[in-house]
Design a protein around this ligand. Sequence first.
Ligand SMILES: [Zn+2]
Length: 136
Amino acid sequence: MVDVQRPLPKTHELDTKAFWAATKNEELTYQRCDDCEAVIFYPRRHCTKCLGNSLTWHTATGRGTIYTYSIVRQSYHPFFRDRVPYAVAWIDLDEGPRLLSEIVGVDDPASLEIGQRVKVAWESHEELSVPLFKPE
Ligand SMILES: [Zn+2]
């Protein structure tokens, strides 16, 4: 049987390169605007609030809450096919960014709750680590 890998992001795109490089060290980073302090996520070259281009990288603690989630019960992708059912969630990090990821470490994804505390659970790969989340 062929070992099927998780589909991984491209690590050399200009806007997201630094984000993925930091994940290799298990650092979950986000940007904040120096002018208006807006939190920017996903990584970009400009502030989405004031359109300024002075953004600074910060490292999140990796802790947050489930904003909402959905349970995937069917997948045709060879990697995800054997993982169903699993939960995909929007996660509000304590520092402000909202990101989409998979919730791992739960036997029954239907037991998850909106507002539940989660923390990052890194899945290591050669060039990067994927930030998955598990209940705290
Ligand atoms: Zn701004």
